[in-house]
Ligand binder design. Structure first.
Ligand code: DGT
Ligand code: CA
Ligand code: CA
Ligand code: ZN
Length: 572
């Protein structure tokens, strides 16, 4: 789906027009279309292929032309020209949190600030705080966000890159010239952000495969084309490498190109100690150069004296040491999960009905789900349910449950943790829900102590079962709020509160490092996709990926239990 990409393009145009001082109605037209396209259920490419772009509300003749050009070529001439005419680098400055087009315009008018470097310089010189309407807090936030923007660079969300890579893989798999095929690199390790896609194949006729690969619909540029390796830049903005490997060294190559680089380096050192040589071609006897292993990864690890190490663990933490001692844990598998414990329906801000969500989840193989619409008295933008509507919703859930076989819908709710740590819903209402999720949706910039206190107070509530998206971060967009994670873990342990691995592609929160820390303390975790549309339910696998990277076994994740056993694990 390119819907997000198109929306982003239109929004960038709107911002450039705003800086240029264009007429308001023109700017709004782009913004409005962006909003509509972002929320479309149908793939915009399908609509375009059917010649129906102008049926989309807010998309007229001019926008139809522009969107078609973009979908066809991956570029939009108008946008490229606009970028040249307005020398401000919006893509870069837009990444700085709290810096909207209006502020960017102010900064450009006053200091001719065009990019991140110039912004940083001005902030460090104290020039931002003196501008009317900005002040020292904005200046400080700008400096913090610049650090963050620098650290994120140009990396893609795992969920996004995985979709693109899987699609390429399935196309290549269909070619009769392709034998084995695997996605390697950071994607195979399920890292939360991805630099580029690495695909390995074996083939007797690589030339045909390379031809196909470099001519796929979504190729914007061919960076290299050869017999054993080709690289392309995709229209989605990231690069993909395809390598052809010999059958005999397929396992060694898979090992090498899966990484991480650090994991590889250590393996190679160990091989040398054992008088062997490890390369992407295989494991060789150092003296005679004879091939000892290479066909499969399992064989390679075995030859080095290790247990097999799952790709998600190959980050040079302590996996090599434990694999040597044959003490790696049995990780949760992608098939162990029976449920999804966070999702929204059209009762609050979701797109689908309860029954539609249930049927879609059942289709994915789940046995039960928990509907966790926003509940509360103050969070009205998302159409939060009050006590009365919670009761009404229960009736609809009961009805849906009667329509389903071998499947259970639970009623939960996601309640806001308010500024003072109290919850935005009465205990008498929370008590009636099967599962209560509490989460922070405001006051992200509170001092560390305050956020910690808010979370602790929420966990002390006997009705709160799960803290949802505990750190609040949005990958590449918003850093986590500051809180004392050790204190949260202590309190979670003491109160039996579950922490969530939110599997939304932009959240993955807890991240794998924090999830691992929680597991080490014996805290149980839940997986919730936070879906606002049935189409998003498939992301539960991203949650399992985080769990695996956190070394979770099946019992650590409450979604692997039967509905009855899972409910028994909760506080009350
Ligand atoms: P990315 O693409 O930045 O998300 O991360 P990776 O891990 O996919 O890195 P990439 O695409 O540069 O290379 C794929 C794998 O190839 C990497 O995980 C390990 C291996 N590799 C690449 N360069 C080197 C190297 O200089 N030394 C070693 N030992 N391995 C390397
Ligand atoms: Ca890569
Ligand atoms: Ca690569
Ligand atoms: Zn939420």
């Amino acid at each position: 789906m390119k819907n997000t990409l198109v929306a982003e393009l239109l929004r960038n145009i709107a911002q450039l027009l705003e800086i240029k001082g264009e007429l308001v109605f023109k700017i709004r037209a782009y913004e409005k279309a962006a909003l509509v396209i972002e929320n479309l259920e149908e793939d915009i490419e399908d609509i375009w292929k059917k010649n129906k772009l102008d049926d989309i509300p807010g998309v007229g003749e001019a926008l139809t032309k522009k969107i078609s050009e973009f979908l066809e070529t991956g570029k939009l001439d108008y946008y490229e020209k606009l970028k040249k005419a307005v020398p401000v680098n919006m893509e870069e400055l837009g990444k700085v949190e709290g810096l909207g087009p209006k502020t960017i315009l102010k900064l450009y008018k006053k200091y001719k600030i065009k990019n991140l470097k110039e912004l940083e310089k001005a902030a460090k010189q104290g020039k931002i705080r003196v501008i009317e309407g900005l002040g020292p807090t904005v200046e400080e936030n700008i400096l913090k966000s610049i650090e963050f923007a620098k650290s994120t660079g140009n990396r893609f969300l795992l969920g996004h890159a995985l979709d693109i890579a899987e699609e390429i893989k399935s196309k290549l798999k269909k070619l009769k010239e392709v034998n084995k095929i695997e996605i390697a690199g950071s994607l195979r390790r399920k890292k939360e952000t991805i630099g580029d896609i690495d695909i390995l194949i074996t083939s007797k006729n690589p030339a045909k495969v390379m031809d196909f690969f470099t001519k796929m619909d979504n190729v914007a540029d061919v960076l290299a084309k050869g017999h054993t390796k080709s690289s392309v830049r995709l229209k989605e903005g990231l690069d993909a490498d395809l390598r052809v490997i010999g059958e005999k060294s397929y396992g060694a190559a898979l090992l090498y190109f899966t990484g991480s680089k650090q994991h590889n380096i250590i393996l190679r050192k160990i091989a040398i100690k054992k008088r062997m040589k490890l390369s992407e071609y295989g494991i060789f006897n150092k003296k005679t150069n004879g091939l000892l292993a290479g066909k499969t990864e399992e064989e390679c690890y075995r030859k080095l004296g290790f247990q097999y190490i799952e790709p998600e663990l190959r980050e040079d933490e302590d996996e090599i040491e434990l694999a040597q001692k044959k003490k790696l844990p049995k990780l949760i598998s992608y098939k162990d999960v029976k449920s999804d414990l966070q999702m929204h329906t059209n009762w609050s801000d979701g797109n689908n009905t309860i029954l539609e969500m249930a049927l879609a989840a059942k289709n994915l193989g789940h046995k039960y789900i928990c509907i966790t619409d926003h509940i509360g008295m103050t969070f009205k933008i998302v159409n939060s349910l009050d006590e009365k509507r919670i009761k009404k919703q229960r009736k609809e859930i009961d009805k849906a449950n009667k329509q389903l076989k071998n499947f259970t819908i639970l009623q939960g709710g996601e309640v806001n943790i308010k500024a003072d740590g109290s919850l935005d819903m009465k205990n008498s209402a929370l008590k009636e829900l099967d599962i209560v999720l509490a989460s922070i949706h405001s006051g992200f910039k509170n001092p560390k102590e305050k956020i910690t206190k808010r979370m602790i107070k929420a966990m002390e509530n006997p009705h709160v079962d799960i803290i949802a998206h505990p750190s609040g971060r949005l990958i590449n967009a918003r850093p986590a709020y500051e809180f004392d994670f050790d204190k949260i873990l202590e309190k979670a342990k003491q109160t039996k509160t579950i922490l969530e691995i939110n599997a939304h592609p932009q959240r993955l929160d807890l991240n794998y490092i924090n999830a691992r820390a929680a597991l080490k303390k014996g805290i149980k975790l839940s997986i919730g996709t936070d879906s606002h549309d049935a189409e998003q339910l498939r992301h539960y696998k991203l949650g399992i990926a985080v769990a695996r990277r956190a070394w979770a076994n099946k019992k650590d994740i409450i979604n692997t239990y039967s509905v009855k056993d899972m409910l028994n694990l909760l506080k009350s």
